[in-house]
Every structure is written in C-alpha cells, then in structure tokens.
Write a protein that binds this ligand. Structure first.
Ligand code: NAG
Ligand code: NAG
Ligand code: NAG
Length: 343
C-alpha cells in the first residue's frame, strides 16, 4: 500500500487551495518501508539549509565528498517548495537533506548573527547583548524576521517561507500573489502549516539534529554507504555576545516560537525511529548524547510541551520593519546571510 500523503485543503478568499506534496521528493516511500533509507551514489541530493543550523558545514562536507554534480540547493537558502519544483523540473526524485537545531538556540544565534553585519537598520543595537535586545521591545520587534516562529524549521519544511526574500521559494522572486498566499497560510492556518512541515520532514531522505551531531552524521554516512570523514562543526558566529546568551533568554525565546519547538520535538522522535531502524549504535567510547537532549546549555528543552491544537503563529514579516529600506536586505547584502554561516 502506498502511503497516502497528506492532502491539505485550505479554504481562502479566492477559493480552495490544495497543497499536494510532490511524491518525487521521496518517490518510493511506502507505508511498510523503513523510516530510513539508503541513498544511492547516482541520486540527486537537495539541501534545505535552515539558517544557523549547521547547513554550511553540511554544504561544504557534501561538496567535498560528493561534488556539486548531484547536489541542489548548495550555497543558497531554499524551502521545500523550491525543492519540490526542482524535482518536478528534473522529473526524477530529489533526496532532501537538512539539519535542524534546537529552535531557541537557533533564534538567539540568528539575532546575534544579524548584528555582525553592517545593516544600517540594526546599527543602534549592534553591540547589545541578547538580553538587552529582548528587553527593548522596539529592538526585539525589529529582529522579528530573525527569530520569528517558523524560521527555525516550520516554514522551510512546509514550503511556506516568505516569497521574494532571501530564501528561494517556488514561485521564486517577488510575487505579490504568492506573498499574500503564504502570509495567509501562515497566519490563519498554522496547524495546517505545521502538519505540512511534519509530513515533509518525513519525506526527507535524511535530516540531522545539531544537538546530536555525532549520531546524525553517522546515520548519513550509513545511508550514503560510505565513510566520508571530515565533517567539522564550524562555529563562526563572530558576535562576541553569542557566548553571553542566558538560559533565561532561551526560555523566553522558546515560548515565542511554539510551532518550531513542536516540529523540533517531532524531529527528535522521528530521528530516534530512523536511528533504531538503521541498526547503528554509538561507539562505546563516545558519550551517547541521545539521552536527554538539551538546549545546548544543559537545561531540558521546553519541558511543558504545548498541545499542538493550541499553537499559534505570528506574522513572519514585520510590516513595520519591512516597510523601511534596506530591509529585507537587498541583493548586495543577501550574500551575508548565506556566507559566514554557521551557528
Ligand atoms: C561596537 O563596538 C565596537 C568595538 O568596541 C566599536 O568599534 C563600534 O564602534 C561599536 N559600534 C556601535 C554601532 O556602537
Ligand atoms: C505568482 O504566484 C502565483 C501563486 O501564488 C502563481 O500562480 C503565479 O504563476 C506566480 N507568478 C509568477 C510570475 O511566478
Ligand atoms: C566504514 O568503516 C567501518 C569501521 O571502520 C568498516 O567496518 C566499514 O566496512 C567501512 N565501510 C565502508 C563502506 O568503507
């Protein structure tokens, strides 16, 4: 029996829209199949690089080992709608790879990362700590598109990231109709968007969890059927305040991004299923980080998991911020967002 993919009907002003996941992204997955599958040497891989999650490390690791020939999405940021479109254009499956990171830590990292650029709009707060930024409402709002709910995973996986911004989407480029469609989906139908993100996460060939990077890379190596080495964790967030993020900052942040938190929890569960299905085990001399994954600061993640039905999402584009040039950043600044990444 073929797995029936989630079909989402979203009622909207201009009639009914159906979001149908593209089966080419994982053409052969059946309900009876293992949740983890080998990746053949000739298959096309696609990288969905969620900002500040280790994607650049993955990018260069894959480029070094596999080469660019069978690699889509390297060197750019794109969401699943873009990958879907690439798979359709090519007419053959694209095996999607991605990294997820604990969303509170990711959001904190992204805010401080933006402060390493010369973007005029943010100069006023450039040397502030995250605590200071979060305590100043006007400032924190201005960084909304760095930390907003969805940018930590949900919009990328669902394929509903803001159209016409630095993340490649389909349709690509600025398109008011598409921008509005995505805005409405994200604001009015967060549950559907979350469900799409979860379904698409299942359709990835592989995803890693940054907090569990050893097992993540072991699993990818196993799936690729080789022993490529040299995956190094880059840590190039040059903002000196990155080390001053407090546990309180992170807890506050996590409360603001419940959808991303929910996707991350789901990803942890799915990762465990894939890991178990692979039959792999950690070498005994390596501490097993799977037990009690934390937010990176030794504190259990999001202890009170909010029931999915109660999750709400805020608008991802802060209209006050986006109305003022140069934000979203122009082409000359966009490269900042994809280079010098990670963590
Ligand atoms: C931030 O701090 C650096 C180093 O102390 C200083 O050179 C720079 O002028 C400061 N920038 C702003 C916008 O305050
Ligand atoms: C703009 O987006 C709409 C869907 O929202 C799509 O139907 C249309 O083809 C897009 N236009 C271009 C030029 O890509
Ligand atoms: C990968 O390394 C392991 C342990 O050294 C070895 O048992 C295995 O055969 C290697 N696999 C490949 C494909 O080289």
């Amino acid at each position: 029996m073929w797995r029936t993919w989630l079909l989402l009907s979203v009622a909207g002003g201009s009639g009914e829209r159906v979001v149908e996941p593209n089966s080419l992204l994982q053409a052969t997955l059946r309900a009876s199949d293992s949740p983890v599958q080998r990746i053949g040497p000739k298959e096309t891989l696609g990288i969905v690089h969620i900002g500040k999650t280790g994607g650049s490390s993955l990018d260069s690791w894959l480029k070094g080992n596999i080469g660019r020939r069978h690699l889509l999405g390297h060197g750019i940021h794109c969401d699943m709608s873009y990958m879907d479109a690439q798979a359709k254009k090519q007419g053959h499956p694209v095996r999607v790879l991605s990294f997820l990171r604990e969303p509170g830590t990711r959001a904190a990292s992204q805010v401080l990362f933006w402060n390493t650029f010369k973007w005029p709009l943010f100069q006023k707060w450039k040397n502030w700590t995250l605590t200071e930024i979060m305590n100043e409402e006007k400032a924190f709002r201005r960084y909304h598109n760095a930390w907003g709910d969805g940018f930590g995973g949900v919009c990328w996986m669902a394929g509903t990231c803001v159209n016409g911004w630095y993340i490649h989407t389909e349709p690509n480029g600025k398109n008011d109709t598409e921008q509005l469609r995505r805005k409405e989906l994200n604001e009015k139908h967060p549950q559907e968007v979350l469900a799409m993100a979860k379904a698409n996460l299942e359709r990835t060939a592989w995803f890693g969890i940054l907090e569990d990077v050893e097992r993540s890379i072991m699993l990818l190596q196993w799936q690729l059927g080789n022993n490529y080495t040299g995956f190094t964790e880059h840590n190039v967030n040059r903002n000196p305040h990155a080390k001053e993020v407090t546990e309180e900052d992170l807890q506050r942040m996590r409360k603001l991004i419940p959808l991303d938190m929910e996707l991350y929890h789901y990803a942890q569960e799915l990762f465990e299923r894939r890991w178990a299905a692979s039959g792999l085990s950690m070498p005994t001399d390596t501490p097993d980080r799977s037990a009690g994954v934390t937010g990176g600061h030794g504190v259990p993640l999001f202890p009170q998991r909010v029931p999915a039905a109660e999750l709400q999402i805020e608008s991802w584009i802060d209209s006050a911020a986006s109305a003022e040039p140069p934000f979203p950043p122009g082409d000359d600044l966009l490269s900042d967002l994809v280079s010098g990444d990670d963590y």
